[in-house]
Design a protein around this ligand. Structure first.
Ligand code: 2HA
Ligand code: ZN
Length: 277
């Protein structure tokens, strides 16, 4: 007997996670209009209870080399789509794609209805997946959003990665524990290009958080919760920084010696050279 797909894909756990996360990002104000994009690496076993993976709806070209991801499945947000609308119409705003055998296109298996295409930031997403998988084979999520206070901080704070990271670490005690590798910062670059994809993915080999000055942030992780939590933690620190600066003079902070003790207690290693000890 041919395998019958009896489960509705709208109830698949990965779709529900995507709907929940895009809705939360929208409500937090970090993904206005078509801002933001998420890609979620899925296994074939995740998908087959819901979808016949032998049926391709259409093929969508890419203008970069995705050979390292051939055969891999991703749930992605659509280009030009609004996170605000994902919940009411998942199949118009999201898509499940598989990197085709040529490494230069993707096969659409579900969603992206009415001719929609994957996120305009597919180069940054795919290149970041390749980079993260090279250091952590369990990485599954790449998430981009316009986190408000982090974005604002790129106007008022030095863009040196060490200084920027240390400020965030100092703002909330948990930060160093959540992102001991700190944040990477790329130069200002045109969004959607292969160039910004290459720059972002280079940073992603060393850290799971990459700031795009005057634009937003990229986060990566093993699960949706972890990745969302990572961005949320950095954004909270940036919010505290904003409030601290508006309150006035800083009278005391967490010292580098205390940050070192914190790392030891929680079994994380702060990025080498970032603490003055
Ligand atoms: O998808 O956020 O960086 C819209 C964007 C581009
Ligand atoms: Zn953006």
């Amino acid at each position: 007997m041919v395998n019958q797909i009896v489960n509705k894909i709208e109830n698949a756990p990965f779709i529900l996670e995507m709907v929940e996360t895009t809705s939360n990002l929208y409500r937090l104000g970090w993904d206005e209009r078509n801002g933001g994009n998420i890609s979620y690496l899925l296994s074939e076993e995740d998908i087959t209870p819901f979808l016949d993976v032998t049926k391709t709806i259409r093929n969508i070209p890419m203008d970069f080399d995705g050979s390292a991801l051939i055969g891999k499945y991703f749930l992605v947000t659509g280009s030009g789509k609004y996170f605000k609308n994902v919940q009411k119409a998942p199949s118009e705003n999201l898509g499940i794609i598989r990197v085709a055998a040529d490494g230069k296109s993707v096969d659409l298996l579900w969603g992206l209805e009415n001719g929609a295409v994957p996120t305009s930031e597919l180069p940054s997403h795919f290149m970041s997946h390749i980079a993260r998988l090279s250091v952590n084979p369990n990485n599954r999520i790449v998430m981009h959003c316009h986190a408000t206070h982090l974005l604002a901080m790129t106007f008022t704070h030095d863009l040196d990665e060490c200084l920027f990271t240390r400020t965030l670490w100092q703002m909330c005690t948990e930060c160093l524990v959540v992102f001991p590798d700190g944040v990477g910062i790329v130069p200002w670059l045109i969004p959607g290009t292969n160039e910004i994809g290459i720059a972002t993915s280079e940073k992603m080999k060393e850290t799971r958080l990459v700031v795009w000055p005057h634009h937003g942030i990229y986060g990566a992780g093993e699960t949706m919760d972890e990745t969302f939590g990572l961005i949320e933690t950095a954004e909270k620190a940036a919010q505290v920084y904003t409030i601290v600066r508006s309150q006035g003079e800083v009278l005391q902070t967490i010292t580098d010696e205390q940050l070192k003790m914190l790392g030891e207690r929680f079994g994380v290693t702060p990025k080498s050279g970032y603490l003055n000890l």
